[in-house]
Write a protein that binds this ligand. Structure first.
Ligand code: SF4
Length: 431
């Protein structure tokens, strides 16, 4: 979308967020004061970012650097130091989950194993460990190592089983590599195996997408996460990263694919668990983003603290030197005001497509009545229906939320990430 096409959206989101959250919430990430420390945290989750890739996919905006074996030891030492820093600063919290993403975590399993050992020493882990895996790295040895580390939930970045789609995405392996990897993971004893499948790719049809879903199901994936080609290439971070090799999917195509995915999943016993995700049976849910709080380890990792968001420096060398010096690597912070934390909670319940009405007062306090008005409006518009003490998004509600998320939320991420990539320690970023 052009910048001239974005300004009406900016005006709408600014008006909306001011009305919902209140004027006291400043939507600015700033460098935290030198004496700032995080609040004590009793219970949270942990995210470990592994920023290495063998090659750069043309659509990918994530923080990553080309893999080099010589970077593994400095990265590991820095990640261990950052785990220690958080344990000192926020206390030995209970961790209700660990999520390991990237980049490509399976390129750095020695580092991941050492960090997990340190995390278990410094925190109280009571939940599952989830990890992203790359088809090119999955073999018997990898599977065994993941089990040895105590990983319970794995996700495989399949994206597509069609060679022409893998070529568009810059994946340098044949479909049989992803098929073999998925069969291996699903045939092992993980609590759940998720397959990522992309839709709205150039020249892809709805039938192509459902064929990919069917193949993933046949190979044993009990969760399916579907997502469209990122719109980052059309934003400033895309221009900054020169992500020019892919084209924006059109709305009609996205909607047709989204409907085909929902229909296929319903017919084949996969229930919707989020705007993007579906799962079969009673397996634990694989999810990276809907946690209510987390601390982030690694360059570019964000943390959702009880009193605000913080973001580490994106620059690998700056991150390594800072945390190895025993200092915090946090470059930017946006404190919460009013009921911002509750609105963020509600945003993710929408993302879950399942809103527990009895929790509104606890989560949103004095803004609960305003939230109820919005939920009633969503119901009247046909975007949600009552299901006992919950509100469930309808198919059209889920589709329009996925679109709104693309245009609004990713726009914030885009602004923040563009600035955070330009300089290791920005002064302030207004979103
Ligand atoms: S999509 Fe994954 S493998 Fe590709 S560059 Fe991004 S993080 Fe690396």
């Amino acid at each position: 979308m052009s910048s001239s096409g974005r300004w009406p959206l900016r005006v709408i989101t600014r008006t909306l967020r001011r009305y919902l959250v209140g004027a006291e919430q400043r939507w600015v990430f700033e460098r935290p004061p030198p004496d700032w420390t995080p609040p004590h945290i009793a219970r949270t989750s942990l995210y470990l970012h592994v920023p290495f890739c063998r090659h750069s996919c043309p659509y990918c905006p994530y923080t990553k650097v080309p893999y080099r074996a010589s970077l593994m030891e400095p990265y590991t030492r820095a990640a261990l130091a950052e785990v220690d820093w958080w344990a000192r600063a926020a206390g030995p919290a209970e961790l209700t989950s660990i999520y390991i993403g990237g980049g490509t975590p399976t390129l750095a399993l020695d580092a991941v194993g050492r960090v997990l050992t340190r995390v278990r020493e410094k925190f109280r882990l009571t939940g599952d460990i989830c990890i992203e895996t790359n088809p090119a790295d999955v073999d018997d040895e990898t599977v065994q190592r993941l089990h040895d580390m105590g990983v319970e939930l794995v996700s495989l970045g399949v994206e597509s089983f069609r060679p022409e789609n893998l070529a568009v995405l810059g994946r340098d392996y044949e479909p049989h590599i992803a098929e073999r990897a998925l069969a291996l993971l699903a045939g092992s004893s993980f609590a759940s195996v998720n397959a990522d499948i992309m839709f709205a790719l150039p020249r892809q049809t709805a039938a192509d997408v459902t064929a990919d879903l069917a193949r993933a199901a046949q190979l044993g994936a009990d969760q399916l996460t579907t997502y469209p080609l990122f719109t980052f290439p059309y934003t400033t971070v895309g221009r900054y990263l020169q992500l020019t090799a892919v084209r924006m999917p059109n709305l009609h195509m996205r909607q047709a694919h989204y409907r085909a995915i929902s229909g296929w999943c319903t017919e084949h016993g996969y229930a919707r668990v989020s705007v993007w995700g579906f799962k079969r049976g009673t397996v634990p849910r694989y999810s990276s983003v809907t946690r209510d709080g987390y601390i982030g380890i690694g360059p570019g990792a964000g943390s959702h603290l009880p009193d605000g968001f913080v973001l580490n420096t994106f620059d690998l060398n700056s991150w390594i030197h800072t945390v190895c010096d025993g200092r915090r690597a946090i470059a930017l912070r946006m404190p919460f005001a009013g009921e911002m934390s509750g609105w963020w909670w509600l945003y993710w319940r929408f993302y879950d497509t399942h809103i527990p009405l009895d929790d509104l007062d606890t989560a949103l306090g004095s803004d609960a009545h305003k939230a109820r008005q919005w939920l009633r409006a969503a119901e009247q518009a046909g975007f949600a229906v009552h299901a006992g003490r919950h509100l469930e998004l309808t198919e059209s509600g889920a589709f329009w939320l996925h679109l709104a998320q693309n245009y609004f939320a990713l726009n914030y991420v885009n602004t923040l990430w563009t600035q955070a990539r330009r300089e290791p320690w920005p002064h302030a970023v207004a979103i």
